[in-house]
Ligand binder design. Sequence first.
Ligand SMILES: [Zn+2]
Length: 266
Amino acid sequence: MKRSPWQRRIDRAHELISQYAFAAEILGFYIHVARFQGELQRKLRSPLPQESPGSSIHEELTPNELSRLTSEFESFLTLVEAHGPKTLADLSRQLSARDQDFWAELLKQNWSAHAPSGPQSFLALAFLQPYAELLRSQEVLRSEFQRYAVCPFCNRKPGLGVLRQMGDGAARSLICSFCLAEWEFRRIVCPGCGEENDQKLAVFTAEDFNYIRVECCDTCKTYLKTIDLTKNGRAEPVVDELASAPLDLWAQDRGYAKLQNNLLGM
Ligand SMILES: [Zn+2]
């Protein structure tokens, strides 16, 4: 039976837990989140009869969409409270005490804001992510936007990169931190500032994760992790990006800021 993308990510998380003890906690949490996200996306796939046609990732959430999403948000908060790291669990407990109007506003704002602001945003975005991915998958890529380093669908910054085999070499794509769109992007260009001088673009790898490149820019001092699928075909980019948190500490110790945190806020 063909595994859904969610199941592939969950399976990969289990695999990485057995390999990297230090990542067990965050990946254990991720597995709960991914199960919820997969289930939510399955529910959202069947449109409500009264739903207005043409829902789009570019548009604000309609009142119908919002009430549908808001009704599912409480169970997400309960999940994070039970399984999340302490700061997120505490925050979820506080948010659980608020009412539906507050949740609706939180979801609405974060759907439209292009840069997350703090842990509350990350909770909202992690919850909204399966819906963003669903709407994006129903749209056609407007190719003229692909030269930019922001998502061609939802305008957010990429959360990671991937290298895929292309002829004799490898081509780089970027993956949206929110809707998980993937678009090709030239290899020797910083997605943070457009720097093209390879003297300024350092690439680091560590023995533990020899298939993950930490791509740093000395001009804007940002970095992005790129998963080299030509070296590790088993990797699920989003999950392997999460598991390789030690590389983030390494880059941040050297003064680089992550271009865009992942949906667990890391
Ligand atoms: Zn996007």
